[in-house]
Design a protein. Structure first.
Length: 227
């Protein structure tokens, strides 16, 4: 029952996210504004602009910190898997890997002035996600499944899963940058972009989560790559 509720929550929160992006677009049309900040200022006033400005800094900053922790953990596992590299080698130090990934990847991308310049990086990211999902699906099909009773005791983690879903779907402050790239900003085109993007993300998360649990059952960890 808890598993069903989590899966349903994934799509419900995705639908709510898509619907709120549509509302933002309609509000922008009604107020004749072109940016997220302008829409907030015209509807809620300057105090709320200050609040969302702080949130727009805080959210990406915390997200970047969490991503860097995940990247350093994964890189450490990958480096340890390299032949002739001892597990206690200085090369496997996650602090060193965290520093290198920050200096060589995060900093250069952070200095890009326009979001549109990240198009190629975004395409590569989508390809990497698809590769990960296909790998997990392949493992779920070919690897022997757990034959004993599975533990579904996730009642204490349902609320946590909602927080993860909300974190994953937050893209409202960047939605105008995407919509501005449309040649024809019609309501039909906006709906197509929003719902195809949200739907695609929801399906990928559902497939990854279900197949990951099928493979590792109650031994699955929060970061599937660590399995």
């Amino acid at each position: 029952w808890y598993q069903r509720r989590v899966r349903v929550s994934l799509f419900v929160i995705g639908a709510l996210s898509g619907y709120t992006i549509i509302i933002l677009f309609k509000t922008a049309q009604w107020t004749k504004k072109t940016t997220y900040q302008e829409v907030v200022q015209s509807t809620l006033g300057q105090p709320f602009v200050t609040i969302i400005t702080i949130m727009q800094f805080t959210y990406p900053f915390l997200a970047m910190v969490s991503y860097q922790i995940i990247v350093s953990d994964n890189l450490s596992t990958i480096v340890k898997a390299v032949p002739f590299v001892p597990d206690d080698s200085w090369i496997t130090d996650r602090r060193l890997l965290l520093l290198l990934s920050t200096l060589l990847v995060v900093f250069p991308l952070s200095y890009v002035k326009a979001m549109q310049s990240l198009f190629k990086v975004s395409v590569f990211s989508v390809i990497a996600v698809l590769f990960l999902v296909m790998t997990v699906v392949y493992k779920a099909i070919t690897q022997p499944h757990h034959t004993g009773p599975m533990s579904y005791g996730m009642g204490n983690y349902v609320i946590q899963s909602w927080g993860i879903f909300l974190f994953a779907y937050v893209c409202h402050h960047n939605s105008f940058l995407i919509l501005d790239t449309l040649r024809e900003k019609t309501e039909a085109n906006v709906h197509a972009v929003v719902w195809s993007s949200v739907g695609f993300s929801s399906v990928l998360m559902a497939v990854l989560g279900i197949c990951g649990y099928v493979i590792f059952t109650d031994r699955v960890v929060g970061n599937l790559l660590q399995n």
